[in-house]
Design a protein around this ligand. Structure first.
Ligand SMILES: [Zn+2]
Length: 494
């Protein structure tokens, strides 16, 4: 490790030396060129003024000692509570964030969004027949309905269980082995990958089972579908999340079982026949009206150019949506709060957005894209925080290679709280994806993802999972990054 970092330092020095040599060369070429009457001078352009860099340092220090973001996420999760799209709490959260942003002097608008309204019902799972069963007993299976799941009949369904590891194993089974049964997809979330800081990748590999399993099982005649929870919880907690039904395929009830219960079912089905009773009574109610909260601090020089600073306001219903994504909304609000409190004047407009419906439909993101598509060329950059509140290591960038060199001074400021890494990613955030696809440079904090998926979408996504100082560190990254983008002396390449 020591040697590697030593190498890295040396490598960095060489890179810097090379860069300096090149810029000296460029300046010489420029001055020679300017000596000739036919060419115009092209000095190395300044990206951030000295004044801006001083403001960034001030913002960072203010964020690291402010409790505003923590108070906001505490209110969202403790006082308002779970904010599933369509719920009274989601409606209250929209009003609350709008009131808070008005109170600090932002120009606030609610942009209407039509959202789905799914509500959880009763959820009961029990093994009613299995090898070695003591007479007259059943075994409880801890599970929770997946978002969008249809219901079982009120009395439930009782059917044999089939356990498969993955889609390939399912496809290898003859139809008669699956038809009329409940299928469990026992595909494990890779805890070792998450434990080494690649939580997002581990999630990405497993989440396809949550979304695609019900239709895959229904195509072979299954009557119910269970998936092993996508996440690393070790305390028999199921993780919910949205599933999707393919058009033209029967919709069958779908639930996530805990990792422990998936292991139990897998072990018993290896020994012999296992029958399960499953009751799920969720309902899909008529679509309802909700909103994205849009809060602007107008730019002084280019008010038409917008920097989106965002998180999503809706959450799943099992916990209180503290890390997913009360934290992301709170650090975005904090960026605006600090800019106002320090009387900073961004050149471009800072637009805080609390998105609605990221979890089960992305209606807020799609609605914004539709309403603002003709103005995307004026969207200078977009930021989304949706990975919890773990210690940030730096900034993920979805943009042109030149952006990294331009942001080195910002990385240097953020390195003081250990957040100086600048890294390129394919994708920066779910709600800002339409902007990304339109070529708007997009950014997200690089957050510690080792523990996030232990709580994500479970009943344990509660305020205590947020370490106040780590939330401040995230707020520092978002405040510095937003203000840096809003105050750059150059346009971003796109
Ligand atoms: Zn989220």
């Amino acid at each position: 490790m020591q040697r590697a970092s030593c190498y890295r330092k040396r490598h960095l020095l060489l890179v810097i030396a090379g860069f300096l040599a090149r810029s000296v060369l460029a300046q010489n070429v420029a001055s020679e060129a300017s000596a000739s009457p036919s060419a115009s001078p092209s000095p190395t352009p300044i990206v951030f003024s000295e004044r801006t860099l001083a403001d960034l340092k001030q913002l960072q220090q203010a964020a690291l000692s402010s409790d505003y973001a923590f108070r906001e996420v505490a209110y969202l999760s403790n006082n308002i509570g779970p904010r599933l799209t369509g719920s009274a709490q989601a409606t209250r959260a929209v009003e609350y964030v709008a009131e808070e942003m008005k109170a600090i002097g932002c120009q606030v608008q609610l942009e209407k969004v039509i959202v789905p309204h799914w509500v959880r019902g009763e959820e009961i799972g029990a093994l009613v027949q299995f090898p070695g069963q003591a007479k007259g007993t059943t075994q409880k299976i801890v599970l929770t309905a997946l978002g969008a799941s249809v219901a079982t009949p009120v009395e439930g369904i009782t059917a044999d269980l089939v356990c498969v590891r993955d889609f390939e194993e399912l496809k290898s089974l003859p139809r008669e082995k699956v038809s009329g049964k409940i299928v469990l997809f026992n595909h494990a979330f890779d805890k070792r990958m998450a434990g080494q800081g690649h939580g997002g990748e581990a999630y990405g590999q497993a989440v396809v089972y949550r979304s695609d399993s019900p239709s895959a099982a229904a195509k072979l005649g299954a009557v119910g579908c269970l998936v092993r929870s996508v996440g690393g919880a070790d305390y028999r907690l199921p993780h919910t999340g949205q599933t999707k039904y393919e058009d033209g395929v029967p919709k069958i009830p779908a639930a996530a079982v805990t990792g422990e219960d998936a292991d139990l079912v897998a072990a018993l089905t290896r020994e012999g026949a296992v029958k399960m009773k499953l009751i799920l009574t969720p309902q899909t109610l008529p679509d309802s009206e909700s909103a994205n909260v849009i809060a602007d601090i107008k730019g002084t020089e280019h008010p038409e150019q917008v920097i989106i600073v965002s998180g999503h306001l809706d959450s799943w219903d099992l916990g209180t949506g503290a890390i997913d994504d009360g934290a992301g909304v709170a650090v975005s609000m904090e960026a605006a709060h600090l800019i106002q409190q320090l009387h900073l004047k961004p050149k471009r407009t800072i637009r805080v957005i609390a998105w609605m419906n990221e979890e089960n439909g992305s209606a807020g993101s799609k609605g914004y894209a539709k309403d603002h598509a003709s103005d995307f060329m004026n969207h200078f950059a977009a930021i989304e925080t949706d990975g919890g509140a773990g210690h940030p290591l730096g900034i993920n960038i979805k943009g042109k290679p030149e952006v990294k060199a331009m942001f080195l001074p910002v990385g240097k400021v953020l390195q003081e709280s250990g957040a100086g890494i600048l890294s390129f990613v394919e994708h920066a955030g779910a709600d800002i994806e339409p902007l990304e696809k339109a070529g708007v440079p997009s950014f997200a904090p690089i957050q510690d993802s080792r523990f996030y998926f232990n709580y994500h979408h479970t009943a344990a996504d509660t305020l205590d999972k947020i370490v106040p100082h780590e939330l401040q560190e995230n707020a520092a990254v978002i405040a510095v990054l937003s203000y840096a983008l809003a105050s750059m002396e150059q346009p971003l390449p796109r």
